[in-house]
Design a protein around this ligand. Structure first.
Ligand SMILES: [Zn+2]
Length: 173
């Protein structure tokens, strides 16, 4: 019961309760004719590998999926490029400087936040960083670890989209 049609009851423009879900991805207000679409939000996830080929996984500090393993990343801000977003998020979460990045693949996700389903398109990027010298966990992660690909416990990963991005990276190498 977290999907938009379960939660949204009133037109966000005029406040009318005559706000009708079309059965797929939009609502129409019968009072003011406002047409509101449920679009996918863009998010980014970084695959960062050390010189032993181990992948950098973070621990989520907050719900949803608090304590689970994740790739570093986050939501793309309005009017931000995805490439800028991944550089910003890696700096914010880990204090790492991305020097180059390469697109891997994207996968959809349903991210439940504040009891509300946010549909996302998670873009995976393979990122090189300047160095790991001044790395530390901050922002919305509680820690990090480097894990060999064959040692990753996929049941500990926070979402299918992140599992899929890691597996898409494995196919590249
Ligand atoms: Zn309205």
């Amino acid at each position: 019961m977290t999907q938009p049609q379960d939660i949204l009851q009133f037109c966000p423009k005029c406040g009318s309760a005559n706000f009708v879900f079309d059965g797929s991805k939009s609502f129409k207000c019968a009072s003011c004719h406002f047409h509101f679409f449920i679009n996918s939000a863009c998010a980014v996830a970084a695959v960062i590998v050390n010189n032993r080929g181990e992948i950098l996984l973070t621990r989520r500090a907050f719900e949803p999926e608090k304590g689970k393993l994740d790739l570093p990343g986050g939501f793309v801000d309005p009017m931000e490029r995805a490439e800028e977003s991944v550089i910003r998020e890696i700096k914010e979460e880990l204090n790492l400087d991305v020097v180059s990045l390469e697109y891997i693949a994207s996968f959809p996700n349903e991210y439940i936040f504040s009891g509300f389903s946010v549909y996302t398109t998670d873009l995976g990027f393979l990122c090189q960083v300047k160095s790991f010298d001044n790395m530390h966990a901050k922002d919305d992660i509680s820690g990090f670890e480097f894990i060999a690909l064959d040692k990753i416990d996929y049941s500990e990963i926070s979402s299918d989209s992140i599992r899929n991005i890691i597996m898409a990276y494995e196919k590249l190498i």
